[in-house]
Design a protein around this ligand. Structure first.
Ligand SMILES: [Zn+2]
Length: 138
């Protein structure tokens, strides 16, 4: 294992030296010398995919699922609000479309004690009798 690691490191260093001397470009993933077009960054799709997977590895399945819920909530508010600046509607109309009340990007408390739950730039305020007010920021 250590020996293999050592060999890999040595190859990488040799490739880097070769690159500096010959002005060759290396694959961003595996550091092999790239042949072909000057703007090439990877040897093949496998290396490109591996590189991108590592870049996105801080995104867990849980994060993706929450991001999808937040996007869906926003989409529902966009759809129901339509061209209006504000709209009073029933909470049921939103939840029937799959709106999840507990998910939001932030909670905004006004000085008068009202509370807006935002899905990005779209917010709702819960009103009496299961009604809601939808607003758009800015
Ligand atoms: Zn490669």
């Amino acid at each position: 294992m250590i020996k293999n690691g050592y060999i890999c490191l040595k190859i990488a260093i040799n490739s880097r030296i070769k690159q500096l001397i010959m002005n060759e470009k290396l694959c961003l993933e595996c550091s092999k010398v790239l042949k072909g077009r000057a703007d090439k960054k990877f040897c093949d799709e496998g290396c490109r995919n591996q590189y991108n997977n590592n870049l996105n590895s801080d995104t867990s399945a849980e994060m993706r699922s929450i991001q999808n819920i937040l996007r869906k909530n926003r989409r529902i508010l966009v759809e129901v609000l339509g061209e209006n600046e504000k709209l009073k509607t029933s909470l049921k109309k939103l939840t029937d479309k799959g709106f999840l009340l507990d998910y939001m990007t932030y909670l905004y408390n006004t000085k008068t004690g009202s509370q807006y739950r935002y899905s990005f730039e779209y917010g709702i305020m819960l009103l009496e009798e299961n009604m809601v007010l939808i607003v758009k920021k800015g």
